[in-house]
Design a binder for this molecule. Structure first.
Ligand SMILES: Cc1cc2nc3c(=O)[nH]c(=O)nc-3n(C[C@H](O)[C@H](O)[C@H](O)COP(=O)(O)OP(=O)(O)OC[C@H]3O[C@@H](n4cnc5c(N)ncnc54)[C@H](O)[C@@H]3O)c2cc1C
Length: 442
C-alpha cells in the first residue's frame, strides 16, 4: 500500500458548490489549499448531478440579489464561455460542460491543489482538533495533514469520521428526501410548444422571456392520464418541469423521483439509478409523443450521478431551525442570506413548499455557528450537510447559499490561523467586514 503524507493550510473534503466556494476563497487568501473529490470533476450536483440552475443568489421572487462574492466570479466566467445568460427569474440556468471548464479553470488560476478519484475514509483527531484525513484512491492510502478542514461532502462524511456528531434524514422518522436523475432534451421546437400551451392552458403552462420559451410545466392532467394508460413510467411524480439551459431548443427536466432508504448502500444506489434511467427514457418518449413541439426532440444526455438532495447532516455549534427559516431570523453572527422556501421532495406527499413568513422577497440569515463543527477547534461543515434541522436544510441547501457558506468558512479559517484561535472564537465582526469587502451580502 502506497502511503504518503502531505501538508496543507486547509483541506476541503468534497468539490461541490460548497467545496469550490471554500477552495477558491482559501487559495485567493494565500492559503495552501487542497480539495479532495471522489469523482473526476468539480461541481458536485451541478456537474455530476445536472442541477443546471443556481438558486439562492436572488430572493425567491427574483426581485433582490442576496448572495455575492465567489458566485459572481463563477457566473462571469460562465458567461465568457457562453454557458449562461445570467438571471432568469429567481435562478441562473447554465450548461454543464461550460460549468466543468469554468470550475477547473478557476481552480488552476487560484492554485488549488485538486485530488480526483479520491475518497476521504477517515480522520484523526488529537486534542479536539482534526490533525489529518485519510484519502483512499487507486494509489493506495494518503494521509493529508492540515491546519484547518472543511466538510463539504454533502453527506457530512468528515464530521462523521471526526466526531460522529451527525443526523440522517427526517428527525425521529429517518426517511430522506427523494432523489432525482435530471436529463436534457435537445431540438425542442419552442414556437410549437408555445402554440400548444395557448391552445391547452390546462395541460401545459409556459414562462416566456423576450418572447422566448424559458420554462414549461406539463400539468398533472396530461401526466396522470399518460401514467394511467401505461404510456409513462414516472411512479413518484404527476407533473414534468423543464427549463431552458441557455441554448435554443435545449431543456433540462427534473421530473424523475425515487425513494432512498440508505444512501450509504452501494446496492441500493445501483438499483435506484437503474430505475431512474427507465423514468428518463419513458419521460422523453412521453414528451415526444404527447407534447407538440417535441416531435423531433431527443434525449441529449442524463446526469452521470444520482441527485441526492439530503442524506446526513452535522450537529454543529448551532442547529439552524425550521422556525429560523420561516421566521426570517436575523443573527449577530450572520455569514450569508438565504430566501429559498422549505422545499421537500417527500416520499409520501410529493413536492411540498413552505414559504417564508416574510413572503417571497424576504430572507433569513445563516449563522456562523451552524457551519462550525461541534467540539472541534479547526473544522467547518458547509453546504447541504450544514448543521440544520431537516426542514431548515430543505431551504438552506441551494447552491448559491452553499457557495456563500464555503466563502465564509475559508475566510474564517484564514482569520483563525492568523490569530491562532479556534474556529468558534473567530472575531466575528472582522469576519463579516472581510466578507463584505469580498462582495458578500450579509
Ligand atoms: C435533483 C436536484 C435538484 C436540485 N435543484 C436545485 C436547483 O435548481 N438549484 C440549486 O441551487 N440547488 C438545487 N438542488 C440542491 C443542490 O444541488 C445541493 O443542495 C447542492 O449541490 C449542495 O452542494 P454541496 O457542495 O453541499 O453538495 P454536493 O453538490 O452534493 O457536493 C458534494 C461533493 O462531495 C463529494 N464527496 C462526497 N463524499 C466525499 C468523500 N468522502 N470524499 C471525497 N469527496 C466526497 C461528492 O462527490 C460531491 O462532488 C437540487 C438538488 C437535487 C438533487
Amino acid at each position: 500500500m502506497h502511503d504518503s503524507m502531505e501538508d496543507y493550510d486547509i483541506v476541503i473534503v468534497g468539490g461541490g458548490p460548497a467545496g469550490v466556494g471554500a477552495a477558491f476563497t482559501a487559495a485567493k487568501l494565500g492559503l495552501r489549499t487542497a480539495i479532495i473529490e471522489r469523482t473526476t470533476l468539480l461541481g458536485g450536483n451541478w456537474t455530476n448531478g445536472y442541477v443546471l440552475s443556481i438558486l439562492g443568489v436572488y430572493t425567491y421572487d427574483g426581485s433582490q440579489k442576496i448572495t455575492g462574492g465567489i458566485v459572481d466570479e463563477i457566473v462571469a466566467e460562465l458567461k465568457e464561455r457562453g454557458g449562461t445568460k445570467g438571471q432568469s427569474g429567481n435562478f441562473i440556468p447554465f450548461r454543464p460542460d461550460e460549468m466543468k471548464l469554468t470550475l477547473s479553470y478557476l481552480a488552476a488560476k487560484y492554485g488549488v491543489v485538486t485530488y480526483f478519484g479520491s475518497l476521504v475514509t477517515g480522520a484523526s483527531v488529537e486534542d479536539n482538533r482534526i490533525s489529518s484525513v485519510t484519502v483512499s484512491g487507486k494509489d493506495g492510502t494518503r494521509t493529508l495533514r492540515s491546519k484547518f478542514f472543511v466538510d463539504s461532502s454533502g453527506d457530512a462524511d468528515l464530521t462523521y469520521y471526526a466526531t460522529s456528531s451527525v443526523i440522517e434524514g427526517k428527525e425521529n422518522a429517518g426517511w430522506h428526501q427523494e432523489a432525482t436523475l435530471p436529463f436534457r432534451v435537445g431540438n425542442v421546437d419552442e414556437e410549437e410548444v408555445i402554440k400548444f400551451s395557448k391552445a391547452h392552458p390546462d395541460l401545459i403552462s409556459v414562462t416566456l422571456r423576450d418572447g422566448r420559451l424559458e420554462r414549461l410545466r406539463i400539468m398533472p392532467p396530461l401526466v396522470t392520464k399518460a401514467k394511467e394508460v401505461h404510456r409513462l413510467y414516472l411512479p413518484d411524480a404527476n407533473a414534468e418541469f423543464l427549463f431552458n439551459t441557455s441554448r435554443k431548443g435545449e431543456f433540462v427536466c427534473n421530473a424523475t423521483h425515487i425513494k432512498i432508504r440508505d444512501f450509504k448502500s452501494g446496492r441500493e444506489l445501483a438499483e435506484a439509478i437503474n430505475d431512474l434511467r427507465h423514468q428518463v427514457v419513458s419521460s422523453v418518449n412521453f414528451l415526444i409523443n404527447e407534447v407538440d413541439g417535441f416531435e423531433n426532440a431527443y434525449l441529449l444526455d442524463s446526469a452521470s450521478g444520482i441527485g441526492l438532495r439530503e442524506t446526513r447532516r452535522a450537529v454543529g455549534e448551532y442547529v439552524l431551525r425550521r422556525s429560523d427559516v420561516l421566521g426570517n431570523a436575523r443573527f449577530d453572527d450572520a455569514i450569508a442570506r438565504c430566501g429559498h422556501p422549505i422545499e421537500i421532495h417527500d416520499p409520501e406527499k410529493g413536492v411540498v413548499y413552505v414559504h417564508l413568513e416574510g413572503g417571497d422577497s424576504s430572507w433569513y440569515h445563516i449563522p456562523y455557528r451552524a457551519i462550525v463543527q461541534k467540539g472541534v477547534g479547526n473544522a467547518f461543515v458547509i453546504g447541504r450537510c450544514l448543521s440544520a434541522e431537516f426542514d431548515a436544510q430543505a431551504s438552506a441547501r441551494v447552491t448559491g447559499t452553499a457557495l456563500a457558506m464555503g466563502q465564509a468558512a475559508a475566510t474564517a479559517a484564514y482569520l483563525c490561523m492568523r490569530d491562532g484561535v479556534r474556529a468558534i472564537d473567530v472575531n466575528i465582526k472582522e469576519l463579516q467586514t472581510v466578507l463584505r469587502e469580498q462582495g458578500m451580502l450579509i
